[in-house]
Write a protein that binds this ligand. Sequence first.
Ligand code: SF4
Length: 159
Amino acid sequence: MSGALSKIESAGFNVSLVGGNLAVSPASNLTQLQKEFLRSHKAEIIQELAAVTLLETDRQKILSYLDSINETDQALINDLLERCRTDREALAWVLNWADKVRGKLPAPPVSVTCRSCANFNSYNAHGGGAGQCDAGVRSSGYCRWADDRHQCGEYQSKM
Ligand code: SF4
């Protein structure tokens, strides 16, 4: 936690982000010195709060996703929200997964080849022929001819 944020919180104030601005309570207890401190450290405190705050839009997206899969275990829901609040990597993964599950990502290409996919590891120096799909679309060891056209939701263009 930033020195500025912890300093104002340890003085007995709750600090939060409201519409991108700092909200401090109880504001009426702030001394002139504390107000000046907040003014001079505002950007730093906002940055730190943003890093540990789950945006309402993200929270709603996660809840909407959980609802769509009929998840009703409140303890699990709370755990996931807390994890997403404190772990940016986990948040990015969950939001991406929610998009995927809810069909908000672009539709997969109608017809692709493994040869042009970043997930394809050819067994051959020329990059074609048989190989392995690192995305797990096919089980380990499965070989697909690189130029067979097919539909694939995990396709990642090498371009
Ligand atoms: S993700 Fe799809 S297109 Fe890419 S290598 Fe695997 S099976 Fe082929």
